[in-house]
Every structure is written in structure tokens, then in C-alpha cells.
Design a protein around this ligand. Structure first.
Ligand SMILES: [Zn+2]
Length: 199
């Protein structure tokens, strides 16, 4: 057993196994792929760790049941997922920086399509949710349900609600309550944290 390599234990015909492997490939993470049906000694390894079911993602003797991609994200840690990002995106998503206003071409993106997280590909906004806030950052009046988790920050004197990708934990932006009707929300998002997929 290579102690540093990431290992994925899976078996054929298991749909959550397929999802986990796709997720890791999308993140650009190298891993050792272990088909437990074809490798009897892999089952012994798993039993030794006290595991009875796949998919399992493991490194050394640490492992996580990998049915939920959120659990896999947590296991990998932010650095693993973010390291393939361009430096500007890394700075925003990992170190919670803010890009300079007016620098993102996505601020002027008006085609129909979906905005996905630059860190992990999770769909977070649709083009119907976008509006022109005039701030110089891509802005949305709502987000795809379940895409983000919220956190209060106190960098300014009053607390702002900061939001992160639910799947990879990458920082995206801040939520304000001065947006347009009907939600009055303004999701002020860093363009580098997004990737646009036209319809
Ligand atoms: Zn993400």
C-alpha cells in the first residue's frame, strides 16, 4: 500500500463509485483506482480498516465513505482541489480575496447558459438569475438551491454574509440585501470563481 497516494475503492455497476471517480478526474486529482471485484486483496485491506462497503476514498489508513461528494471534498481538503486553478482564482477561492471590480468578462456575459464553480464544476447560477448591478462584479438575485453555504465575516465593521461552494468549499462572494425584486438579494460574485457554460 502506497502511503501517500490517494486510493479509490470501487466495484463495477456502482453508480456512486462512477460519480466519485468522475469528480476526482474533474478536479484533476491523481488517484489509484482499485476495483474491489477484481482485486481480492483490496477487500482484505478494506476489512482491515473496518470498511465493508464502497465507494471508499483513502490515503494511508485514513479513509472516507464516498457516497456524498461533499464528504470527499472535506477529506481532500481545499488545497488539493484548488491547486490546478489559475493564480487569480486560487487567491479568491482559497484565500478569500476579491478580484478588482470590472475585470471579469463574465460581468458582461448575457448569453443563456449556466455558471458553474471554477473549483469543482458544480452549477451555481443560471443566466436567468443574473442582473446588471453596475458594481463591476457578476451579480445575481438568487442562486441554484443547495449550491452554497453561508458564513458571516467581519472584515468590515458590519458583518457581511460570505458564501462558499457547497461542494468544494471555494469562496465565491458576498450576499447583500439591496438587490432587485422579488428577492431583494444581490449575490456579488467574483468572476474568477465562475466558469460560464453557454446553452
Ligand atoms: Zn466548487
Amino acid at each position: 500500500m502506497d502511503s501517500q497516494a490517494l486510493r479509490v475503492y470501487w466495484r463495477p455497476g456502482c453508480s456512486s463509485c462512477v460519480k466519485v471517480k468522475e469528480f476526482l478526474s474533474q478536479l484533476g486529482v491523481d488517484y489509484q483506482s482499485i476495483n474491489v471485484s477484481a482485486t481480492p486483496e483490496a477487500m482484505d485491506e478494506l476489512r482491515e480498516m473496518g470498511v465493508r462497503t464502497v465507494p471508499v476514498v483513502a490515503r494511508g489508513r485514513e479513509y472516507v465513505f464516498a457516497q456524498a461528494l461533499e464528504d470527499v471534498s472535506r477529506f481532500l481538503g481545499k488545497d488539493v482541489q484548488m491547486k490546478r486553478l489559475p493564480p487569480e482564482a486560487y487567491k479568491v477561492m482559497r484565500d478569500e480575496g476579491t478580484e478588482r471590480a470590472g475585470t471579469s468578462p463574465l460581468d458582461h456575459e448575457k448569453r443563456p447558459g449556466v455558471f458553474v464553480c471554477a473549483g469543482c464544476g458544480l452549477p451555481v447560477f443560471t443566466s436567468e438569475m443574473k442582473f446588471d448591478s453596475g458594481t463591476g462584479w457578476p451579480s445575481f438575485f438568487t442562486s441554484i438551491p443547495g449550491a452554497f453555504e453561508m458564513k458571516k465575516d467581519f472584515y468590515l465593521i458590519y458583518p457581511r454574509t460570505e458564501y462558499h461552494c457547497m461542494r468544494c468549499g471555494g469562496h465565491h462572494g458576498h450576499l447583500f440585501d439591496d438587490g432587485p425584486a422579488p428577492t431583494n438579494q444581490r449575490w456579488c460574485n467574483n468572476g474568477v470563481s465562475l466558469r460560464f457554460i453557454p446553452k
